[in-house]
Design a binder for this molecule. Sequence first.
Ligand SMILES: [Zn+2]
Length: 237
Amino acid sequence: MRQRLSSEPDRYRGRRRVPTPPRSRYAAVVTTAFVGAGIVALGANAFPDAKSVSPSVLDELRQASITSQDIAARADTADRASRDSRADTKAAAKEDVWRLPLVGYDFKYPYGMRWGKLHSGIDLVAPEGTPYVAIHDGTVTKAGWFGGYGYTVIVEHPDGSEAIYGHSSEVNVKQGQQVKAGDQLGLVGNTGHSYGAHLHLEIHVKGQPLDPVPWLEERGVDITLQIEAIYPEVAAS
Ligand SMILES: [Zn+2]
């Protein structure tokens, strides 16, 4: 910059009383043209050479360059933050796992009408005391006696759906607890209105029960065949 200025014709020398901003200032101003639309008017095109620039414009440029450095710093922070959140999203997707609630059961009574009323879940028959686990990550919203359901655990998942695990002999979690897919919630039992040791599993979406079989199948779990991740490429994506 200095060399180029000293090689310019003498007639310009007398007017060059205004301090010339160092190159980094120009770079900052050019950056501003991309970062802050409000300062674009002061960008490179508006400032081809220092000789036509008044001191007040230089002051503005100095201010602009300070601002642009702030903006650049903020933009950098925002970019890093968004990259972090993308990484979080990716990590969350990997953890978007659905599991069978237990292994080694007889799939007994499906969802649907039974004895003249809706059976609002499915029954998985297993010996009393068999541990059962969370089918998905979530928050325990109920852990204790729940009328006809007996000892019950309810887990609310991040998507707003709920899983209800009924007729337990005991529950092993507390209300408010965060659980991951596969964490033990309780033991299979015969409490409440139950005809024998089994896990009654209900899925509620928007507060209404639905058939867990196709719903879980969409999430990679075939509960009638006791298979997890039947569509591994979907479950993993
Ligand atoms: Zn049932």
